[in-house]
Design a protein around this ligand. Structure first.
Ligand SMILES: [Cu+2]
Length: 149
């Protein structure tokens, strides 16, 4: 009995067009004023219509930038470094005081209210995305800035 050979054809092309559209958006990136050599924190809202992961960040204003979260340890909230921040498809992820944040370690210059700090975000799918953190007053609790009395 002879074997009959059949060729298997792979689907012609994978849909690479999806890679061309903007895969993530960064909204309201901000930080707080801080002194040279201090540690700053970066906050923002991240969206990825198709889902993505933030896997790293860097800034010319900091020695290094880590991804951090807060975890409850008894009655104390502690910061902990995380390897990545998941951004579920179509679901905004908020980096904010008391939760997820970028940690800017070893500021190479003071951050003064009113200026902005360039940051490069590294996403697993979207690649590098440039943003800049608007520097708010030292005690600010949100991206809007200004004092509340
Ligand atoms: Cu931190």
């Amino acid at each position: 009995m002879m074997n009959r050979r059949s060729l298997l054809f792979l689907p012609a092309l994978l849909p690479v067009a999806a890679l061309a559209q903007p895969a993530v958006s960064v909204e309201s990136p901000w930080t707080r004023a801080a002194g040279q050599g201090a540690t700053g924190a970066g906050y923002m809202v991240l969206r990825a219509p198709a889902g993505d992961r933030l896997v790293g960040a860097a800034s010319p204003a900091a020695g290094r930038v880590e991804l951090h979260t807060h975890i409850r340890d008894g009655e104390v909230m502690r910061m902990r470094q995380v390897p990545a921040i998941e951004i579920p498809a179509g679901q905004p992820v908020t980096l904010a005081p008391g939760g997820l944040h970028l940690m800017l370690i070893g500021l190479s210059r003071p951050l003064a209210a009113g200026e902005s700090v360039p940051v490069t975000l590294h996403f697993e799918r979207a690649g590098e995305v440039q943003t800049s953190l608007a520097v708010q007053a030292a005690g600010a609790r949100g991206p809007g800035g200004g004092h509340r009395h």
